[in-house]
Design a protein around this ligand. Structure first.
Ligand SMILES: Cc1ncc(C[n+]2csc(CCOP(=O)(O)OP(=O)(O)O)c2C)c(N)n1
Ligand SMILES: [Mg+2]
Length: 698
């Protein structure tokens, strides 16, 4: 077949096939050109993506951030060429950070030619933020499907809060495509279980059942009955036995739309590398170029001009424009009219939606944030957090969250007016019960945030390990999510080393763009929340104590608003001319203050720096940083009940770190503090030892 023949008027069925083959050929060509990538899944799933985008989904390429659009998640992110092809063929528009449609395509053919190259809008895996039309970053298998559950929860929440009779402002659906990898990963199971529990009938997963993963046949390691598993969860399970049968696929989506009370799982039997004479159904089609000759043979099998590269036949984009383009434009137009009328009838709710979509906070969002009076006995970080959370939940309608079965301990239950449980029959509540599913929780929090809600997820700090991959994605996506952790160090003494975080602060501080905060007292807790609520593009980690921490008398010490600078001089030597600096975070700040008072009485000019956040501090000017940690003062001691790893950057070569070099132990907290050296006398002794070694300054 030649290009000229393709250009002849075609029947709709021929056009459909042409679109599908275009996606296949673009995918093969891009991977071949890049000399890396995954051609097999796109070749097999082109009919699915074509059907979903051009016949089923409500999506307007002219306004890809329209709030009521259907969401598409490519959980098997290695098949990214599917997305780049369809975004290109639908001429989906680029949008800037101010939510303005830019009048240029999100993905050009040139980007596809430069697949996986620097600055191309067709990177290796789907990247939210980088390419408009990508609803969430995927690549780590399982994350996408789990995130889609958060999106579906969000849609139901939005509908419950904002829809009114005759005003279905939010009625979109969420589609996620996944492969064997997503089915094998535990996070997918966690999320699937919760999705069925919550009766998310707005959610549809399509499983690319091709019996191949990276190492070869799934017979090597994956022989479970996936359909039965999903039936067991309570999903509506459908099967489409031929991944090329677009009509049957469309019918399955119709069944999904008519199914109520449970999510839908469509098993799509497919052939990886479909059409490739030598590589179809083999692992060779998974993650490497087919090779020039095989590409040629495959094109021949498709009836595609063999010698063309990156061919988009005439009339093809028009076909998409008549399909998804027209349907999407009509749906959006109708929605805009609906929303204009809604704005007249419900102006306050419409304003909320506007603000939420732009990630703004409502007026008075920090009204009545608590200020805690000085109290030497103090209050636990988690209890201070509970008070703040409830104020925020009251002030910000779209603030919500929950815990992975630890709410009573995390103190994250929202009890303010109207804060009910989110359940299948009450999707508009504020308390999500994630169950013991930390990893799923992280991804679901991401999905909620991608839907513009302001979510938090909570658990013990030690289990941040179970959530970390999703938190990392949150940072990559620049989402203003909140990850709350309690039992910040050895505070749960008797539970022992399995429950005592040691390396966790260091490891989270190492994630670029993730703001980690460990407040020292109740007022720092409130200020930490005040700070992170104003973030629009960074996720935050909050680490709170289980045990009471003294509430500092701020008339003696510096105000807690210093939290917003990451570190600040809490207590100082008279005249502000210290010879030694004690740097601490969280529960160790009061320890440092105790030592400081002793040192002052003994004539040692010490300074206490409360450092709740390295990350925020690093973003301050050098002038400010030097004012807190004057370079001339070399005698510095960091005190933190955590790994000493990394503190050298603040204490320098001649400084000292009082921290953890081993795991903890099972014992009451007081005994642990003694055993590991977190007592004022130790700090004082360490200061004296240090001052004996380092010439005094000033
Ligand atoms: C969490 C995670 N582990 C491992 C990988 C590496 N990886 C990418 S694709 C893949 C195989 C996935 O198999 P499947 O989902 O069946 O994709 P198919 O080969 O059918 O396209 C693996 C192991 C990954 N991306 N994410
Ligand atoms: Mg597979």
């Amino acid at each position: 077949m030649s290009t000229a023949q393709i250009a002849r008027p075609l029947t709709n069925t021929q056009l459909d096939q042409l679109c599908i083959n275009t996606i296949r050929a673009l995918s093969m060509d891009a991977v071949q050109q890049a000399k890396s990538g995954h051609p097999g899944a796109p070749m097999a799933l082109a009919p699915l993506v074509y059907t979903l985008w051009n016949r089923v989904m409500r999506f307007d390429p002219q306004d890809p951030i329209w709030p009521n659009r259907d969401r598409f998640v490519l959980s098997n992110g290695h098949a990214s060429m599917l997305l780049w092809s369809v975004l290109h063929l639908t001429k989906t528009q680029a949008v800037n950070a101010d939510y303005e449609v830019l009048g240029r395509p999100s993905v050009t053919l040139d980007d596809i030619r430069r697949f996986r190259q620097l600055d191309s809008k067709a990177p290796g895996h789907p990247e939210y933020h980088w390419v408009l039309g990508v609803e969430t970053t995927t690549g780590p298998l399982g994350q996408g499907v789990a995130t889609s559950v958060g999106m579906a929860i969000a849609q139901r929440w939005l509908a419950a809060r904002y829809n009114r009779p005759a005003f279905a402002v939010f009625d979109y659906r969420v589609y996620a495509v996944c492969g064997d990898g997503c089915m094998m990963e535990g996070i997918g199971s966690e999320a699937a279980s919760l999705a069925a529990h919550l009766g998310l009938d707005n959610l549809c997963w399509i499983y690319d059942n091709n019996h191949i993963s990276l190492e070869g046949s799934t017979r090597l390691a994956f022989t479970e009955d996936v359909a039965t598993r999903f039936l067991g969860y309570g999903w509506n399970v459908l099967r489409v036995g031929d991944a090329n049968d677009t009509d049957r696929m469309q019918h399955a989506f119709e069944v999904f739309r008519q199914t109520t009370g449970r999510p839908t799982f469509i098993i799509l039997d497919s052939h990886i590398g479909y059409g490739s004479p030598h590589k179809q159904d083999t692992m060779a089609a998974h993650g490497e170029p087919l090779g020039d000759e095989e590409v040629r043979l495959t094109k021949r099998a498709y009836g595609w001009p063999e010698d063309t590269k990156f061919l988009v036949p005439d009339g093809l984009c028009e076909h998409f424009a008549q399909g998804v383009g027209e349907q999407g434009a009509k749906a959006r137009r109708e929605w805009m009219e609906l929303f204009a009328a809604y704005r007249v009838s419900y102006p306050e709710l419409a304003t909320e939606i506007d603000q939420m979509q732009r990630r703004e906070l409502p007026a008075g969002w920090d009204r009545n944030l608590p200020v805690f009076p000085p109290d030497p006995k103090g209050i636990a970080g988690r209890d201070a957090s509970a008070k703040v959370l409830n104020v925020l939940a009251q002030n910000i309608p779209w603030f919500l969250g929950g815990s992975a079965d630890l709410a009573p301990s995390n103190r994250t239950l929202l009890t303010c007016k109207g804060a009910g449980d989110i359940q299948a029959e009450s999707p508009g509540g504020k308390n999500l019960h994630f169950g013991v599913r930390e990893h799923g929780m992280g991804a679901i929090v991401n999905g909620l945030s991608l839907s513009k809600l302001r979510p938090f997820g909570a658990t013990f700090f030690i289990f941040s390990d179970y959530e970390r991959p999703a938190m990392r994605l949150s940072a990559i996506m620049e989402l203003p999510t909140m990850f709350i952790f309690i039992h910040d160090a050895m505070g749960d003494g008797e539970d022992g080393p399995t429950h005592q975080p040691v390396e966790h602060l260091a490891s989270l501080r190492a994630i670029p763009g993730l703001v980690t905060l460990r407040p020292a007292d109740a007022n720092e807790v409130a200020e930490a929340y005040r700070y992170i609520l104003q973030l629009r593009h960074e996720p935050a980690v909050l680490v709170f104590s289980r045990q009471p921490l003294p509430t500092f008398d701020r008339s003696n010490y510096a105000p807690a608003s210093g939290v917003a600078r990451g570190a600040y001089v809490l207590a100082d030597a008279r005249g502000g001319n210290p010879e030694v600096i004690l740097i601490a975070s969280g529960s160790e700040v009061s320890l440092a203050v105790d030592a400081h008072e002793t040192l002052l009485a003994e004539g040692v000019r010490s300074r206490v720096v409360s450092m709740p956040s390295w990350d925020i501090f690093e973003h301050q000017t050098k002038e400010y940083r030097d004012s807190v940690l004057p370079p001339a003062v070399k005698a510095r001691i960091a005190v933190e009940q955590a790994s000493t790893f990394g503190w050298e950057r603040y204490v320098g070569d001649s400084g000292h770190v009082i921290g953890m070099k081993t795991f903890g132990a099972s014992a009451p907290l007081k005994e642990l503090q003694r055993k590991f050296g977190f007592e004022p006398d130790w700090v004082v002794a360490a200061v004296k030892e240090l001052l004996g070694r380092i010439p005094r300054h000033g």
